[in-house]
Design a protein around this ligand. Structure first.
Ligand code: NDP
Length: 246
């Protein structure tokens, strides 16, 4: 028996990277998947095709998570199409890395608008629209634990995501919904590789006892577990998915 048969999952930022891997793994476990993306329609459509070629069911829906009206429409469209949403994965995110002194007002606003307001927007919809006994998994980062220069606004945004996670459990637990966050370590995606030298990547790799980067699938497998009934008693937790880096 697959772990997520008859479940409907909405994954934000699922056109690429970790979100795409989560969508794939959810579909393999029997869930019907809503693949949200912001600009990359071609990759989102191609993932829908891949899932359907493998016998799964998925649709792609555009919405900028930082825009409340678009997130409302995203939820409504998903519910209208599949009849319900059981699982929400708040994966959409960006990472701006600069020394704090060089960070502009626009950088700060963009970082928080997508990572924090985006999560807030979907949680607010989920408060009334997620099905009873569902699950929510929010993407934080191990960056919060290792503390490196240039990550101030990013780490601050992910700390806010962890607090939204904890507080929301107290507001939605009465509907049987558990809410957790995961904190991947450095993971081999565009977000991580962009702007880094090979040397910088090697340095981060060597911080892991396994001396490798995470792959998107490493995190996806854990998110699927947290979305399954087997993980129902895990609530308000932050799970590191980083090979023991921190
Ligand atoms: P990628 O840059 O590879 O993918 C980002 C995804 O988010 C894309 O699907 C993109 O859509 C989507 N997205 C970006 N902005 C928006 C928006 N405003 N509204 C909706 N979707 C949006 O990132 P990763 O896969 O690496 O990261 C995924 C999550 O994991 C992020 O929250 C990140 O902070 C977190 N994380 C990543 C780590 C890493 O090392 N990679 C480590 C720890 C945490 P589109 O394609 O349409 O642009």
């Amino acid at each position: 028996m697959k772990k997520l048969t008859n479940k409907v999952v909405l994954v934000t930022g699922a056109s690429r990277g970790i979100g795409a891997a989560i969508a794939m793994e959810m579909a393999k476990e029997g869930a019907k998947v809503v693949i949200n993306y912001s600009g990359n329609k071609a990759e989102a459509d191609s993932l829908v095709q891949t899932i359907s070629n493998e016998g799964g069911v998925a649709i792609a829906l555009q919405a900028d998570v930082s825009n409340a009206a678009q997130v409302q429409a995203l939820f409504d469209h998903a519910v209208a199409h599949f009849g319900k949403v059981d699982i929400l994965v708040n994966n959409a995110g960006i990472m701006i890395t600069k020394l704090l002194k060089d960070t502009t007002d626009e950088d700060f606003t963009r970082q928080f608008d997508i990572n924090v307001r985006g999560t807030f927007n979907t949680l607010r919809e989920a408060a009334t629209k997620l099905a009873d006994n569902g699950s929510i998994i929010n993407l934080s980062s191990s960056n919060n634990r290792i503390i490196l220069p240039t990550y101030s606004t990013y780490a601050a945004s992910k700390s806010a995501v962890e607090q939204l996670t904890r507080v929301f459990t107290k507001e939605i637990g009465n509907r049987g919904i558990n809410v957790n966050s995961v904190s991947p370590g450095p993971t081999n995606t565009e977000l991580f590789r962009k702007g880094k030298t090979d040397e910088a990547i090697e340095r981060l790799k060597s911080m892991s006892p396994f001396n490798r980067l995470g792959e998107a699938r490493d995190t996806a497998k854990v998110v699927v577990f947290l979305a399954s009934d087997d993980a129902k008693w895990i609530n308000a937790q932050n799970i590191g998915v980083n090979g023991g880096m921190s």
